[in-house]
Design a protein around this ligand. Structure first.
Ligand code: F3S
Length: 427
């Protein structure tokens, strides 16, 4: 890898031994992927994927201590993924609380103190949807980033036109500290070319998270160019389209390993460059109603008792946009009214970023939501479900990401609403 003299100086320890180790890690990482050089991070605000103080992650805490002792800090500060627990809104029994506090997230307080010292932006910076305007970590088209959270990386690349690889945890922080990332993959024009043409030929708007799942499982880490979605979500990146793409992208990134997709006539690079973004030998995948149904039916039911009724519903993984929060509240309120109920039939938790939740809490919509018995939280539901005790609870979700990484069961939006409102889910 070609390094500039400033980069070589850091590697040679002229800015300290610890910074040299940080640089060496980035160089080795880049070498593995055939990077030709390091390029400056132009969007200075970072985003970290590691938000949880799991006691077992001792090397992480040691590394943080080393960075702090050396006085190293991310130049442009950073946001970070959501916190793991919120006992006020996601109730736990005493045993679960004990497991969380004493075993699983026993280092949460220490870790958050470490995060503050290496550049955490503020106490409300905990969300995976850092790119929404309320949180305000919004890169511009062409910006180079040092992020790792897969749902945020795919959104930034695809919807914002920024450039970021699917880095792993800690490399996101290291890139933000030295201000450089290795140049390969999705940072290059070549790496942003689509090697799949995907034709959406469904008769109605596909469920975002099932379509994303289908495409993710088909193309894996490749870049798809998707035709036919503009019929359903339009050709402008308005609030509804952006919310759809957030959920679609998270499913492509978790059910597969997609870091970038292009949507014909909609996403910035597709609008600007059109079919010139497609590699000459691109493969073809057609998604019709039957294909979506096949994918949906292939999801395993991991509940201990597959015929059990859900006892908890999580909506908002990735975190909901403000518009989605308003929309879900309206749907729950009117769904309950139709059933002649005042309260949700199942414990229901909606998840959103602290800044989005704060905006919503100032509205009448929040009062209506709370009156139904549903709760609003800022945590990551996966961190909550990632616990041996909750594995016995039948948890329902409309998140394909949460389904993939936990034993939660996936339901389409309309079915989740039925469950919440006490209706029957069609077989
Ligand atoms: Fe976000 Fe946690 Fe889901 S980080 S995407 S809410 S798994």
């Amino acid at each position: 890898m070609q390094l500039t003299s400033a980069q070589k100086d850091i590697l040679d320890g002229k800015e300290g031994e610890v910074k040299a180790k940080v640089m060496k890690t980035l160089v080795l990482f880049g070498d593995i992927f055939g990077a030709t050089k390091l390029v400056p991070v132009t969007h200075k605000q970072g985003h970290l994927v590691t938000s949880f103080g799991i006691g077992l992650l001792k090397p992480l805490f040691r590394t943080m201590d080393e960075l702090i002792a050396a006085g190293l800090c991310a130049e442009g500060k950073f946001t970070v993924d959501p916190r793991p627990v919120d006992y006020a809104n996601v109730k736990c029994n005493l045993l679960e609380k004990l497991v969380f506090d004493k075993f699983m997230y026993s280092e949460q307080t220490r870790y958050e103190q470490q995060l503050s010292k290496v550049g955490l932006r503020d106490k409300n910076a905990f969300t995976c949807t850092c790119y929404l305007p309320e949180t305000g970590n919004v890169p511009k088209k062409g910006d180079v980033l040092s992020w790792a959270e897969s749902s945020a990386v795919v959104y930034a690349n695809s919807v914002l036109g920024a450039r970021c690889n699917r880095n792993s945890g800690m490399l996101d922080l290291f890139g933000s500290i030295v201000g450089y990332v290795p140049y390969f993959g999705l940072l290059t024009d070549e790496g942003r070319k689509a090697t799949w043409k995907v034709y959406v030929r469904t008769t109605r708007k596909p469920e975002a998270q099932v379509l994303g799942s289908a495409i993710g499982m088909k193309v894996m880490e490749d870049v798809p160019y998707v035709y036919g979605l503009d019929r359903f979500i339009g050709t402008e990146l308005n609030d509804d389209a952006v919310a759809y793409l957030k959920d679609f992208g998270a499913a492509t990134a978790s059910n597969g390993a997609v870091g970038l997709y292009h949507i014909d006539k909609l996403t910035p690079e597709a609008k600007e460059l059109g079919e010139s973004l497609i590699a000459p030998d691109a493969k073809v995948y057609v998604v019709d109603d039957a294909e979506l149904e096949r994918v949906y039916k292939s999801y395993p039911v991991m509940w201990k008792d597959p015929s059990a009724k859900a006892k908890l519903c999580f909506v908002g993984c990735p975190h909901l946009t403000y518009g989605q929060l308003c929309d879900w509240t309206e749907k729950i309120v009117s769904g309950l009214a139709e059933k002649g109920r005042k309260k949700v039939a199942v414990r229901t938790v909606l998840c959103a970023a602290p800044a989005v939740a704060a905006k919503f809490r100032a509205t009448d919509g929040y009062k209506k939501l709370v009156a139904t018995g549903a709760r609003l939280t800022e945590i990551c539901p996966l961190m909550y479900t990632n616990n041996p005790l909750t594995k016995g609870t039948p948890i329902a979700t409309n998140s394909n990401k949460l389904r993939t990484y936990s034993v939660s069961r996936y339901y389409k939006d309309a079915d989740i609403l039925q469950i919440i409102c006490g209706g029957e889910v069609k077989k």
